[in-house]
Design a protein around this ligand. Structure first.
Ligand code: GDP
Ligand code: MG
Length: 163
């Protein structure tokens, strides 16, 4: 048995950095696959002995301000439907934004399938943002640093029961 994890969150929180870390060199093959859309990238992920499918919700970075919120909501809803579990990333250095709160509202409807993570959490500069994340109503946030590979053990512990 395997499962599908969708990484969701507003632009620039580190979704693709985490996707690349989980998928690694296999990304090159993934990009060549037909059916890989600009908005949803799928890859074969590894985390310790776990093997699963990971979806990166991308393609929002070039959206205009007016269309961004609506597209992000739709994409997040689609990712929630496709995935067994969603990893909702916020940027711990930026703190919780109104956009994060909007996405959290969608995700709370499926909160039993949501893992909350405060990314960019390396160092003490992120502490305030991590505390803010509790207010999203999605449980205890994992402290992650996608760039530095920190907190992946906590992510592993949450995903292991799904494997
Ligand atoms: P996405 O838009 O959510 O896919 O975000 P990206 O993965 O493209 O990352 C946005 C920016 O945040 C990039 O400059 C990354 O290098 C940076 N970033 C990603 N993860 C981390 C992290 O753990 N710590 C810090 N300090 N920066 C990060
Ligand atoms: Mg991205």
């Amino acid at each position: 048995m395997t499962f599908t994890l969708a990484i969701v969150g507003r632009p620039n929180v580190g979704k693709s950095t985490l996707f690349n870390r989980l998928v690694g060199k296999r990304l090159a093959l993934v990009d060549d696959q037909p059916g890989v859309t600009r908005d949803l990238r799928e890859g074969a992920a590894r985390l310790g002995d776990l093997r699963f499918t990971v979806i990166d919700t991308a393609g929002l970075e070039d959206a205009t301000d007016e269309s961004l919120q609506g597209r992000m909501r739709k994409l997040t809803e689609r990712a929630v439907e496709m995935a067994d579990v969603c990893l909702f990333l916020i940027d711990a250095r930026a703190g919780v934004t109104p956009t994060d709160e909007g996405l959290a509202e969608i995700l709370r409807k499926r909160s039993d399938h949501v893992i909350l993570a405060a990314n960019k959490a390396e160092g003490t500069r992120a502490d305030a943002g991590v505390i803010e994340a509790y207010a999203l109503g999605l449980g205890e946030p994992i402290r992650l640093s996608a760039e530095h590979g920190e907190g992946l053990n906590d992510l592993y512990a949450q995903l292991m029961p799904l494997a």
